[in-house]
Ligand binder design. Structure first.
Ligand code: GCW
Length: 678
């Protein structure tokens, strides 16, 4: 069955529990779905497909509630009080059992059709995960306004840091041809509540802003609109120059301002609900306002003013570091952006990566969170596993996302979590959100690694509700994507939850970071030292020498720690209180440093690396046992990938330990396993 991976978590396989099957069939026997907008039509179609699969019976769907209606789906249902509806906003929904006896009806309602569609997907999830629907009273409102995917997709269909084939958007056949995959992509996103997508790479040139490409963008926007998904584009700052029309892109030049105004009107004429722009400026060689001695706020505000009349927004990335600044790369974004707090227009958000370096296996939260109270900060997570084993390693990322979201910035006292910064509640920002750099491509299963789908899923679920636990999300995903078999669910959920820590252990234990090979960022290369820019060299980050290892970021070193609120920094500042997972991130410590385990730092490093390898071996065992309960195709795929992961975990361990041993000059304790190639 070639489609095993293609159906994602929307498989809708027959419910195996006969008692539940019976109750689901009864409750969905007669559906009234009022309204016939495109969005309601999608809800209807999804219900038909899903219920036919789940219950084996095609439900009867009418336009009006009748005496026999068991499930009523309508916008602003009179079955609910105005007061109940008033708390739902534009996107929240209610699923509620109303009435009694023969008059009992299950109602799915919201203030908008979009909200109803989200409610329908939620309802279907209950069936897919085999929850009781006998008596429901669910109210769900997204905690964040912008729930987005960022695609680093180029118009030639290559995907920067994409490991699942090519870009799903075939710009050549657009706008005339709408691939089925475009709509399945939208369904999958809508099922999670994702409501925005940036179609183009932050490093892309300005071609997408030319008239022929805007026609193609329009075709995609038209396709996504009924699913509640808005389209955004990256805006290359030098576009006015690249277009050949102006000699400058200086944001304070009236010709430049006019150019953008015109361009934006042109876009809105085609896409009236266009979301706005995502901009990477003055970072890694991209053009930006600083080329004209203007700051980031001046650049962002110019675009913001031009797009404001259309209610569009500008998302300005804070991922900046430059060769000219010799200071710790960790500090650069903070140094550039904090002084600009309060200077951005109200329709600008600053998008901040979860950590200050770059999507490492483990990073402390970015010091900008909590440090720009007057500016809405949008979270940028990476779903694609650039530094995390890419498309071959099984790494479930919800624990990483949660670790960051749950971190306490202390910016307004204890409990000022990153989640509260990005959901806007801490500082009262109505504009707020979370984005994930997508891992989606043309691969038949969308994400390359079958378990990569779980990371797309988790990103969407957490953007909707960051209070969900990583375990709950994994469990849902496993049930929907594989089976409700309790043993399988338990074992595979456990495997997923451990996978991120295992990856940290075999790649970057104890706070090590950025020791991947330069360029592709895949395997280990802590020895690289000769690249032109110091901060591209792994040796810059681990700083191993005969005395010890780690990056001193305390006041005796780069003092990146000084950028955090004292409440957060206090425990990190002292090696004795610093959680060991961040130890070498903040401290350079002697090889003999005593760890909590009683081991020396060197021995602990050996231990951790080896634990990582053993962790993968355990994943292999789990999959071997439980994996047979799934289809042959995915069983074999994951098995082969785990074999590679095991080999590569050993590669990481052996390469890193043999290299670091040249400094520590100590034996690798036999009990932790000798590197195979020593
Ligand atoms: O993680 C790094 C990547 C670049 C990427 C950059 C960014 C899109 O290695 O490929 O460029 O970050 O986030 O801008």
């Amino acid at each position: 069955k070639a489609e095993d991976g293609y159906r994602l978590w929307l498989r809708y396989d027959r419910v195996t529990n006969s008692r539940l099957l019976e109750s689901y069939a009864r409750q969905t026997r007669s559906i009234a779905l009022t309204g016939n907008t495109p969005t309601m039509a999608l809800a209807e179609k999804e219900l038909l497909t899903a219920l036919s699969g789940l219950t084996g019976r095609k439900p009867e769907i009418t336009r009006q509630q009748g005496a026999t209606t068991t499930l009523l789906i309508e916008t602003a249902s009179a079955k609910l009080s105005k007061a109940e509806l008033s708390t739902l906003g534009d996107e929240g929904f209610i699923i509620k059992t109303t009435g009694t006896g023969a008059g009992q009806v299950l109602v799915i309602t919201a203030n908008t059709d979009r909200g109803v569609l989200y409610g329908v997907f939620h309802f279907l999830r209950l069936l897919q995960t085999q929850e009781s629907i006998a008596s429901l009273n669910i109210r769900s409102v997204p905690r964040m306004k912008l729930r987005m995917l960022n695609h680093w997709d180029n118009l030639d269909r290559t995907v920067e840091r994409g490991y699942a084939g090519f870009s799903i958007w075939n710009w050549h056949t657009l706008p005339g041809y709408i691939d089925q995959r475009y709509t399945d992509y939208a369904r999958a996103n809508a099922s999670l509540g994702i409501n925005g997508t940036v179609l183009t790479n932050v490093n892309a040139n300005a071609t997408v802003l030319t008239p022929p490409y805007l026609q193609k963008v329009k075709a995609l926007a038209d396709t996504y609109r009924p699913y509640g998904i808005k389209v955004y584009l990256t805006a290359r700052f030098s576009a006015p120059v690249e277009s050949g029309q102006l000699p400058t892109a200086d944001p304070l030049d009236p010709r430049v301002q006019l150019w953008w105004k015109n361009k934006i009107s042109e876009i809105y004429a085609l896409v009236p609900d266009f979301g706005g722009f995502l901009v990477k400026a003055n970072s890694e060689g991209q053009p930006g306002p600083q080329d004209y001695h203007r700051n980031h706020a001046e650049g962002a505000n110019m675009l913001a003013d031009a797009i404001a009349p259309f209610k569009g927004i500008v998302i300005w990335r804070a991922f900046v570091y430059s060769a000219e600044v010799s200071d710790d790369r960790h500090k650069q974004a903070y140094n550039e952006f904090v002084p600009l707090d309060g200077k951005f227009r109200p329709n600008v958000l600053v998008q901040v990566k979860n950590g200050a370096i770059d999507f490492m296996p483990r990073e402390p939260f970015h010091p900008l969170f909590g440090a720009m109270p007057q500016t809405p900060l949008l979270m940028e997570f990476q779903v694609t596993q650039e530094y995390l084993g890419q498309g071959t390693h099984l790494v479930y990322l919800a624990p990483l996302f949660k670790e960051c979201l749950d971190s306490d910035t202390y910016s307004k006292g204890k409990g000022s979590t990153v989640a509260k910064v990005v959901d806007g509640s801490l500082q009262g920002h109505a504009l707020n959100g979370m984005a994930g750099v997508a891992n989606i491509g043309t691969d038949i299963n969308w994400t390359g690694h079958p378990f990569g789908q779980a990371n797309w899923y988790a990103l969407g679920r957490l953007a909707w509700d960051h209070q969900l636990s990583a375990a709950a999300i994994a469990e849902e995903w496993v049930r929907m994507s594989y089976t409700n078999d309790p043993g399988f669910v338990q074992e595979i959920t456990r495997m997923m939850l451990a996978s991120r820590e295992t990856m940290v252990q075999y790649m970057n234990p104890i706070g090590l970071h950025h020791i991947m090979a330069t360029g592709h960022h895949y395997g280990p290369a802590p020895w690289i030292a000769d690249l032109s820019r110091p901060e591209w060299n792994p040796v810059y980050y681990h700083r191993a020498d005969s005395a010890g290892i780690g990056f001193d970021r305390t006041s005796s070193g780069s003092n990146a720690l000084g950028q955090y609120h004292p409440g957060a920094a206090a425990t990190w500042a002292d090696p004795d209180t610093c959680p060991e997972e961040y130890l070498l991130w903040f401290h350079h410590l002697p090889w003999q440093h005593r760890m909590k385990s009683g081991r020396s730092l060197w021995n602990e490093l050996c231990h951790q690396y080896n634990q990582g390898v053993e962790g993968v071996a355990r994943m292999q065992e789990t999959w071997e046992k439980a994996g047979k309960k799934t289809d042959e195709q995915r069983y074999r795929q994951v098995k082969m990938l785990l074999n590679i992961q095991h080999q590569e975990a050993k590669w990481w361990r052996d390469a890193c330990l043999l290299y670091f041993q040249t400094f520590s000059r100590q034996p690798i304790p036999a009990v932790y396993g000798q590197p195979e190639h020593s």
